[in-house]
Write a protein that binds this ligand. Structure first.
Ligand SMILES: Nc1nc2c(ncn2[C@@H]2O[C@H](COP(=O)(O)OP(=O)(O)O)[C@@H](O)[C@H]2O)c(=O)[nH]1
Ligand SMILES: [Mg+2]
Length: 330
């Protein structure tokens, strides 16, 4: 079949690290093109698990600068590195001042580095849903390290924790993100803390507060999250951050943590895909042509209530009803 040959040669070019082929594959998968699903299947079979590190934190904390320096560090080991920036303000996604863009050029002209930026949120909310798939493409393309930069806004941090093998939370002094104000959930997903802008006053105080907080709530898995001071602009502390990532990986391999994380990752991915697929099917089938607004009218005018409306929509969905056994058939 000609089409399948084309797909095969596309996959071969991706595996060889052809940037154009990689870019086209990511675009196809992001936009859910019909050929994407078979392509993804072939790529998944080629993908060798990369070390995926999530770099998250408030805008301006220095994530992109750190990612750039970390990538350079991994490149010294001749590793192919993928960078996924899920951050609208990231220099990687073009939202940079000129100085930043020139800085990033050193990476973007390196054939061993593949950089991809993505929209922050998918249509259905949450971390750009395709980010997981992009990681798979980069793994198929031979990246043994993938760095995922995300802006830390609530739920995204938890989602990046599902995507990454290790999550680095980047803090910086003088940004108003006092350790006290962190939500418990954010603290729990960080495997490593980087206190960036260590060249600025206040870094020591952030570290003290953080260590105090960590000492009162030790993790149940036995990992003690290291706290590393970095100055991303000069690269100081980046080697220590890299070592912390290596140590965490070794810890995960020596305990069952890495395996447990893998299971959590694929479980979350399966459920997210299922949620998306079912929602899209029902919307397409039951809510197109302004039909959703008729339901809204019914609720407003008292003919229905939101729960009953959803019950009726689900009941009417032939997709759901023909493809799932009814309760009495189970
Ligand atoms: N003084 C100082 N500035 C930094 C440091 N790291 C990053 N910056 C600057 O902080 C700004 C935001 O950095 P960026 O990496 O874009 O932050 P992001 O929004 O978290 O990705 C840029 O102007 C950087 O040059 C650092 O360690 N020290
Ligand atoms: Mg950024």
């Amino acid at each position: 079949m000609a089409q399948s040959n084309e797909l095969q040669s596309w996959v071969q070019r991706i595996v060889a690290g052809d940037r154009r082929a990689i870019g086209r594959a990511i675009s196809a998968i992001e936009s859910g093109k019909p050929e994407a699903s078979l392509l993804f299947k072939l790529l998944f079979a080629e993908a060798r698990q990369a070390e995926v590190a999530g770099i998250t934190g408030a805008p301006g904390a220095g994530k992109s600068t750190l990612v750039e320096k970390l990538a350079a560090d991994y490149r010294r080991d001749e590793r192919r590195v993928g960078i996924v920036a899920v951050d609208p303000t990231s220099p990687f996604s073009g939202g940079a001042i000129l100085g930043d863009r020139i800085r990033m050029q050193s990476l973007s002209t390196d054939p061993g580095v593949y950089i991809r930026s993505m929209a922050t949120r998918g249509e259905l909310g949450g971390l750009a849903p395709a980010a997981h798939d992009v990681v798979t493409v980069l793994e198929a393309a031979g990246c043994s390290t993938v760095l995922v930069e995300t802006v830390g806004v609530g739920q995204d941090e938890v989602e990046v924790a599902h995507l990454a093998d290790a999550t680095v939370l980047v803090l910086a002094p003088g940004m108003g993100d006092d350790v006290q104000t962190f939500k418990a959930g954010v603290m729990e997903i960080a495997d490593i803390f980087a206190i960036n802008k260590a060249d600025r006053p206040g870094a020591g105080r952030v570290e003290q507060e953080l260590r105090a907080m960590l000492s009162i709530s030790p993790r149940s898995d036995g990992w003690r999250p290291p706290v590393v001071q970095t100055t991303a602009t000069t690269g100081e502390g980046v080697a220590e951050l890299r070592k912390a990532l290596d140590d965490f990986r070794a810890f995960g391999e020596n305990t069952n943590l890495r395996l447990k994380r893998q299971r959590e990752k694929w479980r979350a991915r399966l459920l997210a895909l299922l949620r998306q697929r079912l929602f899209e099917q029902v919307c397409r089938e039951q809510l197109s042509d302004g039909r959703v607004d008729r339901w809204v009218d019914d609720v407003i005018e008292g003919r229905s209530d939101p729960h009953s409306a959803v019950d009726a929509i689900v009941r009417a969905s032939t997709k759901l009803n023909t493809e799932t056994p009814r309760e009495d058939e189970v």
